[in-house]
Each structure stands twice: as structure tokens, then as C-alpha cells.
Design a protein around this ligand. Structure first.
Ligand SMILES: [Zn+2]
Length: 257
């Protein structure tokens, strides 16, 4: 099967790719993976993402500080991210957002950082890549403060109502290998409700490897399993899902198809 695939979210800066990163990234187009966005989680990984995007024409970068990094970040880091947004290989601010999975100790700092980075997106006209875990109410509350900013909720775990709220405001929804997990029920119901022109796909590599590779190191070659699952849910061909999500992501990120 020959597909044209856009992996909208893969952490190829992660140390687990140390041994074979260049070999893997060079091989992706041969597997149909024609575009990849590598998001940053802090200043270091944002810089590394940009460096990789310079080396491979099919790779693009996002720059941002992840909510889980908020207590580790140093003064001046948000300004360093802002400077990176001027780079032509940087297509979005991300990943940014709120994560209360391990508690709410840093909630105030996370919210402040999220607002700072949404403001940067507003000022530069960039899209945002939002990470929201166990923090739906606060995330949409803050997003509503920036009506001019749109982006994607990555690895979407919200409800169909939540997705509808985002779609009305011009946002995109992106799904990972979670869709293929045996216990996945809600995300499957949500996928059904999302119009084909608002969907994107991602690995979130090295995490979230889909069945049948669940638990292993993930990479963009596995995205075909996510595409096949969406095709099954939507009653479309995998080729159609791959092409639509590819073109959606090109349009969304302002990348040439
Ligand atoms: Zn991520």
C-alpha cells in the first residue's frame, strides 16, 4: 500500500533515537512518511528540532515549553523560544498547555507559561500545538482568552462535546496510536464526529506505539496503523484518510504538500 503520510507530532529529539536517528529519519520518505513536525518541550529540544529540520527537507519544527518543564525552566527561556519563532522552519508554538496528571502543585506556573506562549502565537500569527492532560476546563478557559489563536489539540483525549467546542473555534484535532488500543472506546466515538477536513494524525513518538507494536519504541512508520483504524471507523479507504490528513496538516502548518 502506498500512502502519503504527515506525522504531525514526533519527538525525534528524544535520547532513545540516539543510536539510529539519522538512519531512521533518512528512511522515512521511502515508507510514505513525507512530512514530520518535531515539537520542542524546552529550549534545548526546540533548538534540536530546528537543527533536524535544517538537515531534512521533509522535517519541520515547533518551538515551545511543555507544561511538565515549567519548574525546570530558567529565566529568559520564554524569550529564547520567542526568538526561535522567527525561523522559517518553525511552523508552530508547541508543545504548550497544561498537565495536572501528577498533581496541581505547579498549576499557577503552568497557566502563566501557557498564557505567555499563546500571546507569542498571537503576536507572530503562528499556530499552537496544545498538550492538555487532566486539565480540560482550565485549558479551554485559557484558550478562550485568545480567540485569534488556533491550533491543534494533540493526542486528543477529550469528549465529543469538547471536540465540537474546538471545531467551532477553528481548531484541529489530532489522534495517536491510542485509537488502536483495545480499551479505547471514547476516542473512537470522538473520531466518528470529526469532519475529515479537521483531522490530523501523529505518532507522539517515541510514545504511544499503536497495536500491534504497543509498548515498543514508536516511530512514524507505525502511523499506518492509526490511519487504518480511522479508515475503519469512518468507512473510508486508508488512502483517502492518509491523503486528507496529509493535506489538512500541510494547510494547517503552511507547508507545501
Ligand atoms: Zn508530545
Amino acid at each position: 500500500m502506498s500512502l502519503q503520510i504527515f506525522d504531525t507530532h514526533a519527538h525525534y529529539t528524544d535520547e532513545v533515537f540516539e543510536g539510529d536517528r539519522d538512519e531512521l529519519l533518512s528512511s522515512l520518505p521511502a515508507f510514505g512518511v513525507k512530512r514530520v513536525v518535531i515539537p520542542g518541550c524546552d529550549v534545548k529540544t526546540s533548538r534540536e528540532a530546528i537543527a533536524l529540520s535544517r538537515r531534512y527537507p521533509w522535517i519541520f519544527a515547533a518551538a515551545g515549553i511543555h507544561p511538565e518543564e515549567v519548574l525546570r525552566m530558567r529565566g529568559g527561556d520564554p524569550e529564547r523560544i520567542r526568538d526561535m519563532l522567527a525561523d522559517s522552519r518553525v511552523v508552530a508554538v508547541g508543545e504548550i498547555g497544561l498537565d495536572y496528571h501528577y498533581g496541581k502543585e505547579s498549576a499557577e506556573e503552568q497557566k502563566a507559561l501557557f498564557r505567555t506562549q499563546l500571546k507569542m502565537a498571537e503576536e507572530t500569527g503562528k499556530k499552537v500545538i496544545v498538550h492538555s492532560r487532566d486539565a480540560w476546563e482550565d485549558t479551554v478557559g485559557i484558550v478562550s482568552e485568545f480567540p485569534a489563536v488556533t491550533g491543534v489539540f494533540h493526542c486528543f483525549g477529550g469528549s465529543a462535546d469538547g471536540a465540537a467546542w474546538l471545531l467551532r473555534r477553528g481548531w484541529m484535532i489530532s489522534f495517536t496510536g491510542v485509537l488502536t488500543f483495545r480499551n479505547a472506546r471514547r476516542p473512537l466515538e470522538v473520531v466518528k464526529t470529526i469532519p475529515l477536513d479537521r483531522l490530523m494524525v501523529e505518532t507522539d513518538a517515541p510514545y504511544m506505539a499503536p497495536e500491534p507494536n504497543r509498548g515498543k519504541r514508536n516511530d512514524s512508520r507505525n502511523l499506518v496503523y492509526v490511519i487504518e483504524k480511522i479508515a475503519e471507523i469512518k468507512g473510508e479507504s486508508p488512502e483517502k484518510i492518509a491523503e486528507d490528513t496529509y493535506l489538512n496538516a500541510c494547510r494547517f502548518y503552511g507547508v507545501e504538500p
